[in-house]
Write a protein that binds this ligand. Structure first.
Ligand code: PLP
Length: 335
């Protein structure tokens, strides 16, 4: 079950859905995302991970043949009052994350009520979510897996627990369905490791180009707040990318970049539309040359995220709408 919510983690949900020709199901967070996929001609099963929150969404789920996750009593009541959805369901158990899902003592009763709905023809899938699978040998994950297996024992229905970190760290959690998100895009969910360390290949290559070059004298300052000051004569590049594109404002001076394949570094605060780059003494960079922000094995998004004190998930999702997505290679875009 390929997780393509939040615009496929910033990659572009519809093209990613079309490129994933070999998945059994797609998963998104919200009904609107699923409808967007259906309207783009995506016909395969789609699971809505947050489920429905009102009668309108319930009707839309039925109309578009969406599988919805049922995680709270209100959703069951909604389905009972509206005689179900006509689409398949997943029942979610809270195994300790305390975000979505039925508590252990409510789970069996919730299951009984769901299978009694006149519209439910297939046994609901059974699922839960890890809170800390990115920590190897986490006791929490072991407890969650144990609780999930105990609580679902003897119930019919396919089982799903593992996100990317669960897939990588806890093979006993794979069960019937795995739900990779971040790893699908070639990025590591495990702190301190990059996709390359895990034999994954980054899908996103985030790049821009130089729009100006200036020569600074020692002592010249750069950008808002004059945060960076040239210690010696410096060639400075200005690139067309800023926090308005999703390049984090929080990045410090010295954050690595590749300009025309050569090492360079951020100089001064990130603006909304531009950044300044210390091109280095040997640079022959010119206006128009490519600036790579992240995405090659030598410039992994995991390292840029660490420099911005955030996680790669956030950087990928934050690439803004105005950044054009160019698909450079995909399988036949037909489903
Ligand atoms: C319920 C659920 N399953 C799977 C995933 C995928 O997680 P990851 O991107 O860590 O693989 C998510 C993402 O947040 C999720 O909410």
């Amino acid at each position: 079950m390929a997780v393509i919510k939040a615009n496929a983690y910033g990659h572009g949900m519809v093209p990613i859905a079309h490129a994933l020709t070999d998945v059994d199901s797609l998963a998104v967070a919200r009904i609107e995302e699923a409808i967007q996929l259906r309207e783009a001609g995506v016909a395969c099963p789609i699971v809505v991970l947050e489920g429905v929150s009102n009668a309108d969404e319930l009707r839309l789920a039925g109309q578009h043949g969406l599988e919805t996750v049922v995680h709270c009593r209100e959703q069951i009541m909604l389905m009972e009052e509206n005689s179900g959805t006509g689409a398949d369901l997943w029942l979610k158990l809270d195994t300790g994350m305390n975000r979505l899902g039925f508590a252990a003592e409510e789970f069996r009763e919730a299951h009984r009520r769901l299978v009694n709905l006149p519209s439910v023809s297939r046994n609901p899938g059974l699922m839960s979510h890890f809170s800390s699978a990115d920590l190897s040998e986490s006791e929490t994950s072991e407890d969650q897996l144990k609780k999930f297996l105990e609580m679902t024992e003897g119930l019919p229905g396919e089982r799903s627990l593992a996100n990317s970190a669960g897939i990588l760290n806890i093979s006993a959690s794979h069960l019937d369905w795995v739900r990779p998100g971040l790893s699908l895009y070639g990025v590591s969910p495990i702190a301190g490791k990059t996709g390359q360390d895990l034999d994954l290949k980054p899908v996103m290559r985030f790049s821009t180009w130089l729009v100006a070059i200036r020569n600074l004298a020692a002592g010249d300052m750069v950008g808002y707040g004059c945060r960076w000051r040239a210690a010696k004569p410096t060639r400075l590049g200005i690139a067309a990318c800023g926090y308005g594109d999703g390049y984090p404002w929080a990045l410090p001076d010295g954050t690595p970049l590749l300009v025309n394949g050569m090492n360079a570094s951020l100089a001064g605060r990130v603006s909304m539309d531009m950044i300044a780059i210390n091109l280095g003494a040997d640079s022959d960079a010119r206006v128009g040359h490519e600036v790579l922000l992240w995405g090659e094995p030598e410039l992994p998004v995991e390292e840029i995220a660490a420099a911005a004190a955030t996680i790669p998930y956030e950087l990928l999702c934050r690439v803004s709408q105005r950044v054009s997505r160019e698909i450079v290679s995909a399988q036949t875009p037909i489903r």
